[in-house]
Design a protein around this ligand. Structure first.
Ligand SMILES: Nc1ncnc2c1ncn2[C@@H]1O[C@H](COP(=O)(O)OP(=O)(O)O)[C@@H](O)[C@H]1O
Ligand SMILES: CC(=O)OP(=O)(O)O
Ligand SMILES: [Mg+2]
Length: 427
């Protein structure tokens, strides 16, 4: 038997799925089980294990011993051993989501060289690459016979137009140091593109969409003819939209006025992995900002429940303000991407933990986007979106040419598919 374990280390979560691959189903490996650990840095962490085959069953627990991605992965392996009748020797491949690939634009097998390449980039994705590496190390120790392969979020954006990817700074310095827009959430955007193309019955390279991946990390992407032509994250996953603990776009000078100490001093916050070297400035903007700084919680559901939708245009209380800021920044990029696509847009697509679950955020975006010719959101459909409804749910009322869609994105399945289809990994 040939199994692929796909591991997705997000900034607040660890999502893992196990697939069976056969020559017949290479493009669509069969899901056997999945697991997700959420609230990793807002303890206690919540762990979920769902078996799909041979029978449906799930297990939910609150686990005090999980305090980072490596301990979440160890907990998953323990449960796998205890609960699933899987022989670990059958796991031939472990696909790891790595957010920043730098100039790696295709998946790579983990070797001394690729490991160090990813490690060098940790400072450019302080919430991600270090966590992914800690999981890669645990995986190699626990399953030494399996091939570990890194799949990069940044790869989907490799063909960004040069004027989009280039910052207006000294170009010699930019080139020497690789200072350009990379963009992230690419595995999710690749999945969304395929899913929307299938839903619309179009070839992926003819699809134009504005995609929103809104989770603890939030970004947007303009996709023209199946290619990323702009995205809101940049050199690092900090820029663009605010996130749970990330500031999003700010005036670069702000940081010098924010901290009385030198922003370039190294941060010694014990909650940040020692693997990752971050300055005070990066610590503040990546770990101590975002909705959590505005409201005290990283949970967007709680913010939405407390926000007063009636006073959105004049938000003063912290939850309403946080919701309004998110909406404002999303509309900013939606307008820009609509122009970048010359108004020729098949759909606006919501994905990610917030995008898939917050009917309120979708409603607010939809109300504003209707003026661009997007379908008016059908409130019954919008309120009923749930994970069981299939990969794509059309929440539009059907009266607009441009669709309003929700996509249950699946970065693990995207990696398993890419892994399964790439012959070089199977030799
Ligand atoms: N019902 C909900 N409404 C709004 N937001 C939600 C809801 N459920 C979960 N979320 C948000 O989704 C976020 C997790 O998104 P996800 O994409 O899974 O995270 P990650 O960025 O770690 O991959 C949580 O931080 C929480 O704020
Ligand atoms: C790139 C990024 O922010 O990822 P996530 O949303 O999984 O934290
Ligand atoms: Mg994620």
């Amino acid at each position: 038997m040939s199994l692929v374990l796909a591991v997705n280390a997000g900034s607040s979560s660890l999502k893992i799925s196990l697939f069976r691959r056969t020559a017949d189903n290479a493009a669509n490996p069969a899901l056997l089980l999945s697991s997700s650990t959420s609230s990793i840095f807002a303890p206690p962490a919540k762990f979920k294990f769902s078996f799909v085959a041979p029978q449906h069953r799930s297990l939910n627990e609150v686990v005090d011993s999980i305090h980072d991605h490596a301990s979440a992965f160890r907990h998953f392996l323990d449960r796998l051993k205890e609960e699933a009748s899987i022989d670990p020797i059958d796991i031939k491949h472990i696909a790891h989501r790595v957010v920043h690939g730098g100039d790696y634009i295709s998946p790579v097998i983990i070797s001394e060289e690729s490991y160090h390449h990813i490690k060098r980039l940790s400072d450019l994705a302080p919430l991600h690459n270090g966590s992914a590496l800690s999981v890669i190390e645990s995986a190699i120790k626990a399953l030494p016979h399996a091939k570990s392969i890194a799949f990069f979020d940044s790869a989907f954006h490799k063909d960004l137009p040069i004027h989009v990817a280039t910052y207006a700074i000294n170009q010699q310095v930019a080139q020497e140091r690789g200072l350009k827009k990379y963009g992230f959430h690419g595995l999710s955007y690749a999945f969304i593109l395929q899913a929307v193309a299938a839903h619309l019955n179009k070839a992926p390279d003819t699809v134009n969409i504005i995609a929103l991946h809104i989770g603890s990390g939030a970004s947007m992407c303009a996709i023209r003819n199946g290619q990323s032509i702009d995205t809101s994250m940049g050199l690092t996953p900090l820029s663009g939209l605010p996130g749970a603990t990330r500031a999003g776009d700010i005036d670069g000078s702000l940081i010098f006025h924010y901290t009385s100490r030198s922003p370039a001093r190294m941060s010694h916050d014990p909650s940040i992995s020692k693997e990752v070297k971050v300055t005070e400035a990066e610590d503040i903007l990546n770990f101590k900002s975002g909705w959590k700084a505005l409201t005290g919680t990283a949970d967007f559901k709680e913010i939405t429940e407390k926000a007063d939708m009636g006073t959105l245009s004049d938000a003063t209380d912290p939850n309403t303000l946080a919701f309004r800021i998110m909406l404002d920044r999303i509309l900013h990029f939606a307008g820009a991407y609509h122009l970048a696509l010359h108004g020729d847009v098949d759909a606006l697509v919501f994905a990610g933990g917030v995008g898939e679950r917050s009917a309120e955020l979708r409603r607010a975006v939809g109300e504003a986007a209707a003026c661009l010719g997007f379908a008016v959101i059908d409130e019954t459909k919008n309120g009923q979106v749930n994970d069981e409804e299939g990969i794509i749910v059309d929440i539009g009322s059907g009266d607009g040419r441009k669709r309003m869609l929700v996509c249950h994105t699946d970065e693990q399945l995207e990696m398993a598919r890419e892994c399964s289809l790439a012959n070089e990994f199977w030799v």
